[in-house]
Design a protein. Structure first.
Ligand SMILES: Cc1cc2nc3c(=O)[nH]c(=O)nc-3n(C[C@H](O)[C@H](O)[C@H](O)COP(=O)(O)OP(=O)(O)OC[C@H]3O[C@@H](n4cnc5c(N)ncnc54)[C@H](O)[C@@H]3O)c2cc1C
Ligand SMILES: Cc1cc2nc3c(=O)[nH]c(=O)nc-3n(C[C@H](O)[C@H](O)[C@H](O)COP(=O)(O)OP(=O)(O)OC[C@H]3O[C@@H](n4cnc5c(N)ncnc54)[C@H](O)[C@@H]3O)c2cc1C
Ligand code: SF4
Ligand code: SF4
Lengths: 374, 264, 326
């Protein structure tokens, strides 16, 4: 599964490729201090040693456990030499596509993204099924980008409906693309397939331009991160995460505080927190409901990854290696009544890997919709 | 070996409508995809070529809008692509379709293996592959999940049957149909896009095909469509009931009995 | 050949082991029914390296049994079988040929139709006369949502393959009809394939090929003994969600879904499963989905043809009781 297929023939870099890699990731600067391994949540339960991975890359070789990485970026934050380890992982994975030495299931994932426009191989026609009876204003230059999970996954669809309800409550004008929306491409980028990532970015850029979009509100932090990267490269619209968009409504006085009592703990999704530095907006929104936010020991920049990033949603992880189980335990340990997060992948992982922990898992949008007023 | 892969472009089933008043199929609004088991056939062919050498040509019969899908096959790894396209080929049933494809294969010249999908998702008769084999007087193996070279220029094919898996030795030329899901089709190679876009997709019309006109298209088709009916709405029925356990059991039993014949 | 009715109605009786495929007997029954309406005779035809099994066929009421034999016909080969059967048909001019739509039946039929330059109607789910002497076979297409009524107006024989289970096999009676055994003229060049090995089904679990799957999720509380029993009675396999496999209730190779197995059974019974998308992508290709869940809001009901709202325990017990047997 996560292991590479048989015959892991090493891919050797030619000098030019190595120079390009060094220039984009600083991998040449690594002096093998091992801080990254100490920071990596996988070092404890899996054979991945990120220091070694960087070393092997310097020798033009590919680490056997390359695909276990969740691109959580804990290592990036810790490296004293400024090596972009996540970027290095993606590039190394890109090379494996050339020799078709990739884990089972990933080509199928990419085919789904390419021809169905989503990560589930589900019909494009069903993409708007999240809407049910939600009314969307359907005008203005703001676009709500729903993403594959919140479009198709019945659990995550509730997040999309909650975000739409909050925007409606505040009287925001926005449009959605319905069945014409296509995948943001983040999964392709995470598994190192730059070609497909750029292809999907281009399809989105064109759609945004045609619709006169100036601002994109993304529901998934993965879409947020990917669209932000793609759109700034293409000179496209501003991209924000929904927690940021709703926080602004709060500041402009369009939403007022609810009176809920109780406690909630918040899990920072890697692609919202460490990758993009969005820590406060979700917390402010939780407080808006009236609930008290209790922090876990590992929070904000130190938050433990759920395990769903880096394409890991499409690769099976042996139970003993999953950080998700540990994270739910940590959340339950705070004594909070609820575990809130702001990413559909985190929710899937926690729901699946909670084991016997009974703490309910919820998305910030779900939690505050119905608890705040206009 | 020279391997020809027959590839059909099909409408997405959930987007096809049937107009019950006119008894006509409305495919106009439906988006298309490459038939799913044909992708498994293509992967089988490419893996065979990569391991044992040779060349892979994709062949399709259909209207000009099929061409971009042939370019996708080129970008995936096929060496050449040919489209059989002419109004005279239209309205073909499986006899005429298989004749036209066989004529295309004959025109290509020396072909060792012809790989098809097990069935299409639209007509879905699964009759085309064995029919091509007869037109070419080739050997055949249908519902194959594995293909490897055998001794003395033969191939070994493992067929998935109702009661087990049968491995047969086939003389070449041979026509083989590949079961859906028997492998994981490799993804597009974006480094091949430029080649795939600029490569020449050969388009052969009736004249170039040099076939016998009596076997082509509508007039070469002995079957006729007497009617159309919608047997079930697209998607799930979504009926939910709250009943006693005994009542539930008998409802479930009825579904079991019905399902046994719903698919074979 | 053009539309004439001289040689009657032929049924291909496909041999499997020492007997025949069940669908062979089902279509023999249907042929009897049609023959009464058409006043023609029914011939059951077999292909093999020897005769011998004809007495079994005779109990299903044919007017004739024709055995086509040759040492090279011991095991099915589309090429050789099509030649053997095609030659016999060209001699006897039947108006109709029915075959079971098994994999070998379709393998043979597709080839034979070309040999005879006639029309072939594919794996029909029903078969009727159009008022006259012409058959209309209903063929499912587009994933089973639409059926086309296919006829063969001019060429003969009109060939039809029939889905297993569509018609009931007639009850066994006392033997009827004569048996004729014909040695076929065949040489090595007429054979395209030779069997090298055969691995009978059931020697390894393969959820992708199962016709019936019973899936248990977290809602089973780990009580998989009853699920296994149910699967066994239905002649199916046990499947599970990731939660159920993580709990160690079932082996990991039985996990269905995004990171497990993608299945296409005729019927799947889904018990105590919420219906997360990572699971449902593994059953979207199923023929029929029946779900039992005590939560009426469970998303699994969106993916089910029939949903039972309620506690799965008593439903499973009732179902086991009503299935009877050991
Ligand atoms: C609902 C419905 C029912 C039908 N029933 C019948 C019937 O009973 N008898 C009949 O003769 N016709 C029937 N047809 C017509 C039949 O679908 C067409 O003849 C069609 O061109 C080929 O058959 P198929 O799609 O069934 O192919 P299949 O035999 O199911 O296809 C198997 C493989 O053959 C290859 N192949 C098939 N068509 C092409 C192509 N155009 N180009 C390249 N490769 C190809 C592909 O590899 C494919 O995977 C029916 C059509 C419909 C829509
Ligand atoms: C990376 C990743 C990959 C994944 N891959 C897969 C995969 O391949 N396959 C897979 O299945 N999942 C997968 N999952 C997990 C998936 O997201 C769900 O968590 C999982 O499918 C839920 O399993 P479940 O339905 O058994 O449990 P739950 O979601 O807990 O649902 C249990 C259901 O049982 C019902 N119930 C409880 N008691 C009873 C009773 N007595 N009678 C009737 N109903 C009852 C409840 O109402 C509830 O709906 C994956 C998750 C991740 C993060
Ligand atoms: S990104 Fe996360 S999982 Fe990957 S090496 Fe760095 S710390 Fe480890
Ligand atoms: S932390 Fe940075 S410098 Fe230290 S081993 Fe890791 S990549 Fe190299």
């Amino acid at each position: 599964m996560a292991q590479r297929s048989e015959n892991p023939a090493p891919v050797r870099f030619d000098d030019e490729a190595w120079e390009a890699l060094a220039a984009t990731t600083n991998a040449n600067l690594c002096f093998q201090c091992g801080t990254c391994t100490a920071a990596c949540p996988l070092a404890e339960n899996t054979p991945l040693r990120v220091r070694q991975l960087v070393r092997e890359a310097q020798f033009g070789e590919t680490d056997a456990f390359l695909w276990k990485c969740m691109t959580c970026a804990e290592c990036n934050a810790s490296c004293p030499r400024g090596v972009d380890i996540v970027g290095l992982v993606r590039t190394l994975r890109g090379r494996e596509w050339r020799t078709r030495n990739v884990p089972k299931g990933l080509p199928t994932l990419l085919w789904g993204m390419y021809s169905d426009g989503n990560t589930f191989h589900l019909p494009p026609k069903q993409r708007a099924s999240w809407m049910q009876d939600v009314k969307v204003p359907g005008k203005g230059s703001t676009l709500l980008f729903v993403g594959c999970a919140a479009s198709y996954d019945p659990r995550a669809q509730r997040i999309a409906r909650s975000v739409a309800a909050l925007l409606n409550l505040a009287g925001v004008e926005y449009q959605v693309m319905g069945t014409e929306e296509v995948c943001c491409g983040e999964a392709a980028r995470s598994v190192g397939h730059d070609g497909l990532f750029r292809d999907l970015q281009q399809r989105n850029t064109e759609a945004f331009r045609k619709r006169g979009v100036e601002r994109v509100i993304a529901i998934s932090p993965h879409s947020f991160d990917a669209l932000k990267a793609g759109q700034s490269a293409n000179g496209g619209p501003e991209v924000v995460h929904y927690t940021q968009a709703i926080e602004q409504l709060l500041d402009s006085g369009k939403l007022t505080k609810g009176s809920e009592k109780g406690t909630v703990t918040y899990h920072d999704p890697c692609y919202l927190g460490r990758h993009n530095g969005v820590y406060e907006p979700p917390r402010r929104l939780l407080e808006l409901s009236g609930l008290k936010v209790v922090e876990m020991g590992n929070s904000r920049a130190q938050a433990l990854c759920c395990g769903g990033g880096g394409g890991r949603m499409w690769m099976e992880t042996p139970p003993a290696e999953r950080p998700g189980t540990r994270r739910v335990q940590e959340a339950a340990g705070t004594g909070a009544e609820l575990l809130a997060t702001a990413c559909p992948y985190c929710i899937s992982v926690f729901e699946s890997e909670r084991g016997s922990e009974a703490i309910p898992v919820t998305d910030v949008a779900e939690l505050i919709a119905g608890r705040v007023k206009a | 070996m020279h391997i020809v892969v027959c590839m059909k472009v099909v409408p997405r089933p959930e987007e096809v409508k049937v107009d019950l008043a006119t008894k006509m199929l409305d495919r106009a609004g439906a988006r298309s995809v490459i038939n799913s088991s044909d992708m498994n056939a293509l992967e089988t062919a490419l893996a065979f070529r990569d391991a044992h050498g040779g060349k892979v040509t994709v062949l399709s019969m259909g209207p000009p809008p099929f061409e971009p899908y042939l370019r996708v096959a080129l970008a995936v790894g096929a060496d050449e692509a040919i489209l059989l396209s002419d109004r005279a080929f239209g309205g073909a049933d499986t006899l005429a379709t298989s004749y036209t494809l066989a004529a295309g294969i004959r025109k290509i010249g020396k072909v060792d293996l012809v790989l098809c999908g097990e069935e299409s998702s639209d007509g879905g008769t699964s009759q085309v592959p064995p029919s091509i084999a007869e037109w070419l007087n080739a050997s055949q193996a249908t519902y194959v999940e594995r293909l490897v070279p055998g001794k003395h220029g033969t191939v070994h094919a493992t067929r998935v049957l109702e009661d087990g898996k049968e491995t047969v030795e086939l003389s070449v030329p041979a026509v083989i149909s590949v079961v859906v899901g028997s492998n994981e089709p490799r993804f597009l190679d974006y480094d091949r896009w430029a080649f795939a876009q600029s490569a020449k997709v050969q388009v052969w019309n009736e004249k170039e095909l040099c076939g016998d006109p009596q076997y082509l298209g509508l007039k070469g088709s002995p079957t006729a469509v007497a009617g159309l009916r919608e047997v079930k709405k697209a998607g799930r029925r979504r009926e939910t009931v709250t009943v006693t356990p005994d009542e539930a059991a008998s409802r479930i039993k009825a579904e079991i009995d019905r399902a046994k014949i719903a698919r074979s | 050949m053009t539309a004439t009715d001289d040689g009657g109605l032929w049924v291909y009786a496909e041999r499997r082991g020492s007997s025949f495929t069940p669908v062979s007997l089902e279509i023999l029954g249907k042929a009897k029914e049609l023959s009464r309406q058409l006043s023609v005779e029914v011939t059951a035809v077999t292909v093999g390296n020897d005769g011998g099994a004809a007495s079994e066929l005779q109990r299903y009421g044919p007017d004739h049994v024709l055995e086509l034999v040759h040492p090279l016909l011991a095991v099915h080969d589309g090429k050789a079988y099509a030649k053997a059967l095609g030659t016999a048909i060209q001699k006897a001019h039947p108006s109709t040929l029915l075959l079971g739509a098994t994999r070998n039946g379709q393998d043979l039929a597709g080839r034979l139709a070309v040999r005879l330059r006639t029309g072939l109607t594919a794996h029909v789910t029903s078969l009727e006369l159009d008022g006259g002497r012409q058959l209309v076979g209903w063929v499912p297409g587009f994933g089973g949502g639409i059926e086309a009524g296919i006829t063969c107006p001019e060429k003969r024989p009109q060939m039809v393959t029939v889905r297993p289970g569509v018609f009931l096999a007639p009850p066994e009676g006392s033997p009827t009809g004569d048996v004729k055994t014909v040695k076929v003229d065949l040489s090595e060049e007429d054979v395209g394939s030779r069997r090298v090995s055969f691995e009978p089904k059931g020697s390894s679990i393969d959820l992708t090929r199962a016709d019936v799957i019973v899936v248990g999720g977290r809602g089973t509380g780990g009580n998989f003994g009853r699920i296994e029993e149910l699967a066994r009675r239905l002649g199916g396999e046990v499947g599970a969600t990731r939660v159920a496999t993580d709990a160690g209730w079932v082996d990991r190779d039985r996990m269905i879904g995004q990171t497990g197995v993608i299945t296409r059974p005729k019927l799947v019974l889904v018990l105590g499963v919420s219906g997360a998308v990572q699971f449902t992508v593994g059953i979207d290709g199923a023929g029929t989905v029946v779900a039992v869940n005590r939560d009426p809001e469970a998303p699994i009901f969106e993916h089910a043809d029939l949903g039972i709202v309620g506690d799965l325990g008593p439903v499973v017990e009732s179902l086991l009781r009503s299935l009877g047997g050991a």
